[in-house]
Design a protein around this ligand. Structure first.
Ligand SMILES: [Zn+2]
Ligand SMILES: [Zn+2]
Length: 244
């Protein structure tokens, strides 16, 4: 399967740089993971919006879901233009207000999930782990029908459960919101060093540092993370493609 980084900035989008969004593709099937600010515009460089019928949201912070509204409108308009007749399926943590807002737009549906759930969407199976974050949020393990895996942490403080959840993954997309010396646990985020520990102890085969901060020298994040022992670590960039 292929992962394309649509956006990776934490908190708010950078100029021409969207917040969290990852396009996962296998044999022509497309799955979007998170849909933060700027993702719908940027994603059209890589895929037709009408070919993305499934979107899994990790949590309801704006940098992860704010573009869902306009994605619903794209489906409404493009259905009326007879460019598609597929329903747009949005999956997210159980939330009645989110369910109502998705379902009130025609040609869209909402499907709640929780930690005990496993979703099968096209060639992908998705499992969830509850995160350490101020709101209900989940890490995801996406397994394709060939057995390859991608683990995406979304937003979380470091937990031992996350090490276990990520064990041996082919691609780890880990949040890396903070520089070493900052307090990750207090904000529900990880420092670069903590992301590096996760990368090393999980034995992830490839690692992307993502959900990056808008300040400081990002190369310092890379050095800190690699310093924990896993050398297969990259900084996320808009448009980056990784084969798994
Ligand atoms: Zn975030
Ligand atoms: Zn968050």
């Amino acid at each position: 399967m292929k992962c394309t980084v649509i956006g990776m900035w934490g908190g708010f989008p950078k100029k021409n740089g969207p917040c969290s969004g990852y396009l996962i593709e296998k044999n022509g099937f497309s799955l979007l993971v998170d849909c933060g600010s700027g993702v719908v515009s940027q994603m059209q460089n890589y895929v037709d919006l009408n070919d993305v019928n499934h979107v899994v949201l990790s949590h309801y912070h704006y940098d992860h879901f704010s573009d869902v509204g306009v994605l619903l409108f794209s489906r409404l308009v493009n259905t009326q233009l007879r460019q598609t007749n597929e329903i747009l399926h949005i999956y997210g943590p159980d939330d009645s207000e989110m369910a109502r807002r998705v379902r009130e737009v025609p040609y869209s549906d909402f499907h709640p999930y929780g930690e005990e759930c496993s979703l099968t969407i096209g060639p992908f199976t998705i499992e969830f782990l509850c995160n350490l974050h101020p709101v209900e949020a989940y890490s995801m393990k996406i397994t394709c029908d060939e057995g390859k895996t991608i683990v995406y942490t979304s937003d979380t403080g470091f937990t031992e459960d996350l090490v276990t959840f990520s064990e041996g993954t082919d691609l780890l997309i880990t949040e890396c919101s903070l520089y070493d010396g900052m307090n990750g646990a207090a904000s529900g985020h990880m420092t670069a060093g903590e992301a590096g520990v996760l990368a090393n102890r999980s034995h992830a085969k490839q690692v992307i540092l993502s959900h990056l901060p808008h300040y400081g020298d990002l190369e310092e994040l890379l050095d800190s993370a690699k310093g924990e022992g896993n050398d297969c670590v990259m900084l996320a960039e808009v448009g980056m493609e990784v084969e798994v």
